[in-house]
Ligand binder design. Structure first.
Ligand code: ZN
Length: 319
């Protein structure tokens, strides 16, 4: 214990590799442990909530009295970015541990609640288009290749022109991610709470893991107007004067299931036909009209943008 360094801090503390291990952080508020950050063991002693994608055992691997660096004071949040050796977190509020954060064992004795999931395959943070770490970070990417990796609190992230499948790996709380694009799918992993992902109408999305609570995907519905080739107004106006046959499509806002393909649908349209005597674009006298119009939806319409297009089809559409 002769070399034990006790450092008194005020506010947030970040472990970035300069501390002699084992390192103890005493009585912090929340602690965020980033991917590939600890080469030794991690023990979380008496935390309130622990959110983790790393398997957790009950027995302490790192004990008090063995630590070389002791960080205490009036601490706010802790960020673990890089430690060569073991880490002990004592009396933290909430602790968020990314997948593959720790080379050794993770233990959480005395935690009030542990939210855990099986280890899931996650790339290194630097393999993602946007990788953020810390408090109130922001980032964005256009035409991303892999997605987002965020660890910390209150990150504001935007992905634009997404046309390849992306993963969002979100650790912590208060993250807000907006994803827009076409013909691709968005797979989301949540580790923590109060995280929201907004997804544009032409993308498929799914929560792959939800390790925590109050996390959600807010997906815009597919716009039915997009499936309409010819609106009623346009068809009437094109009809001009005289007896004409017209075809047009109108959104059906009542149905939730498509009678054509049998799938749940956000956007359903009806294909109408009509033969009428038109005067200045108005059907004065109707001879015939379709009584049971054909319907189609975003899953079966030839006019829809599909998330499961092959790479070749995408190139044809987008290039
Ligand atoms: Zn359909």
């Amino acid at each position: 214990m002769t070399n034990n360094t006790a450092t008194t801090y005020d506010g947030d503390v970040t472990l970035n590799g300069s501390e002699q291990s084992p390192v103890e952080i005493q009585d912090p508020a929340d602690v965020f442990v980033g991917g590939e950050s600890i080469t030794g063991d991690l023990t979380v002693q008496n935390a309130e909530y622990v959110f983790t994608h790393t398997p957790v055992s009950g027995a302490a691997a790192v004990s008090k009295g063995e630590t070389e660096t002791n960080i205490r004071g009036t601490l706010e949040d802790g960020y673990v970015q890089s430690v060569d050796g073991d880490v002990l977190l004592t009396d933290a509020e909430d602790v968020f541990i990314a997948a593959d954060a720790v080379d050794g064992a993770v233990s959480a004795p005395g935690a009030e609640n542990v939210y855990t999931d099986e280890s899931i395959p996650v790339d290194s943070p630097d393999k993602y288009d946007v990788s953020t770490f810390g408090w109130q970070q922001s980032g964005s990417a256009t035409d991303p290749e892999s997605g987002v990796y965020a660890v910390g609190m209150d990150h504001d992230i935007e992905l634009e022109a997404v046309r390849r499948d992306v993963d969002l790996y979100l650790v912590g709380h208060g993250h807000d991610v907006r994803v827009d694009g076409r013909g691709a799918s968005v797979s989301v992993h949540f580790v923590g709470y109060d995280n929201t992902v907004h997804v544009g109408p032409y993308l498929a999305s799914a929560v792959e893991t939800d390790t925590g609570f109050d996390n959600e995907i807010d997906a815009d519905p597919y716009p039915a107007e997009d499936l309409v080739e010819m609106s009623r107004r346009e068809a009437y106006s094109n009809a001009g004067f005289g007896r004409r046959k017209v075809t047009f499509q109108v959104p059906n806002e009542d149905d939730e299931w498509c009678p054509n393909c049998g799938q749940a649908a956000e956007a359903i349209i009806e294909r109408h036909q009509m033969e009428a005597f038109f005067v200045f674009g108005w059907p004065l006298w109707t001879y015939d009209r379709s009584t049971n119009p054909a319907r189609e939806c975003e899953n079966c319409s030839p006019n829809a943008v599909h998330a499961e297009l092959s790479e070749r089809e995408r190139r044809e559409i987008f290039d």
